[in-house]
Design a protein around this ligand. Structure first.
Ligand code: PEP
Ligand code: MN
Length: 369
């Protein structure tokens, strides 16, 4: 028997509004800023006042419940600090945003009139938590931002957005904050731009906001990441700011002062309005950037390898051992070929590559004193 295809009702296929339909969006890009965490009433009010005076911030953010990797760190002031955000809303005329991870957080935030709820990277990884938040949000008129999960899984990110959207939330946005990365990467969380680009390809109307702070981990990369996001057509930026970044109780290394936020935003070149977004060329550029990162890493590794080889060279000279040890050369090349085969690398290519590397090491050893 042929299965009947049931048409989706409006409830099952809810709309996602574009960012221009969000009342908090006054300019492009939408700017969300404020401290990583609400620490004291004075810190919250002073940061908000300075951000408001700068005229570039559309939404004030502050974490009230902080998910920390290890116990013992500052986990946020909790419910009592929501009152400070209420003051910001009233006295600075700024809509306010907080992170929620549980049903209780959602109730408390809504009770205090919070305008935007954001779901943090660690929470997005867990569909049970997301469903709990979605169930709590049924029938509630609020804006929700979903940060990418810590792992680069576009389905998990999209699944979380769909769960929230299915609960009837139609002002929903994605926040790209980068992905967990290994050592030796310049960023705290690596951008992997192809992941948000894939999300955009699948959900073209979904507003996309970039969080350069958690990606960068330090102020140094904020500008270039924010510019990249603008070039890729992101509609918003979430950047952490603090009146005294060096004394912040969480993420002190990456926050900037409200005045620095203004200069950063002023330095960004906006994308020409008439330039159509070409996803395939963006993807190509992104993939080329990944290649550039790997090439840099190869160069770093070569430099480190040659430095060790030179130390060995100095020892050989001291002990009067010949520089070329044929058995060792065969061992190095043989090991590399075997390992390469396990990784699908061509035998001859690996043989030539490691012969060349080894010969260069010998050249350097011979130049040692
Ligand atoms: C934050 O925005 O302060 C935060 C905890 O972010 P993330 O979930 O991206 O780590
Ligand atoms: Mn933070």
């Amino acid at each position: 028997m042929e299965a009947k295809v049931k048409p989706l009702s409006n409830m099952e296929k809810p709309v996602i509004k574009t960012i221009s339909d969000w009342s908090v969006c006054r300019q492009k890009p939408l700017v969300i800023s404020g401290p990583c965490s609400a620490e004291t009433e004075e810190q919250v009010m002073e940061t908000a006042k300075q951000l408001s005076a700068g005229g570039k911030c559309d939404v004030f953010r502050a974490g009230v419940w902080k998910p920390r990797t290890k116990p013992g760190g500052f986990e946020g002031i909790g419910c009592s600090s929501l009152r400070w955000l209420k003051r910001v809303r009233k006295e600075c005329q700024l809509p306010v945003a907080v992170e929620v991870a549980r049903e209780k957080h959602v109730y408390e935030a809504l009770k205090h009139g919070i305008d935007i709820l954001w779901i943090g990277a660690r929470t997005t990884t867990n569909p049970f938590s997301i469903q709990e938040i979605a169930d709590t949000l049924k029938g509630v008129d609020v804006t929700v931002l979903v940060k990418n999960p810590v792992n680069p899984d576009v389905d998990l990110w999209m699944g979380a957005i769909e769960r929230i959207n299915k609960a009837g939330v139609n002002r929903i946005g994605a926040v790209h904050r980068g992905f967990f990365c290994c050592e030796n990467e310049p960023y705290r969380n690596t951008p992997k731009w192809q992941i948000p680009m894939e999300l955009r390809r699948r959900m073209p109307q979904l507003p996309m906001i970039c969080d350069p702070s958690h990606m960068s981990g330090k102020p140094g990369y904020l500008q270039e990441i924010a510019q990249k996001a603008m070039d890729l057509g992101f509609e918003g930026l979430m950047i952490e700011s603090h009146i005294q970044p060096e004394n912040a109780w969480s993420d002190s290394g990456q926050q900037i002062k409200p005045a620095e936020l203004v200069s950063l935003l002023e330095s960004l070149a906006s994308e020409p309005e008439n330039e159509k977004v070409d996803f395939s060329s963006r993807l190509l550029n992104e993939l080329r950037e990944q290649i550039d990162i790997f090439d840099d890493q190869i160069m770093d590794m070569l430099e480190r390898r040659f430095r060790v080889a030179e130390k060995i060279g100095a020892e050989k000279r001291k002990k009067d051992i010949p520089f070329l040890q044929s058995a060792r050369r065969s061992e190095i090349i043989g090991k590399a070929v075997k390992k390469g085969e396990g990784r699908g690398l061509d035998r001859d290519f690996v043989k030539q590559l490691f012969s060349l590397i080894h010969s260069e090491s010998l050249n350097r050893q011979m130049k040692t004193k």
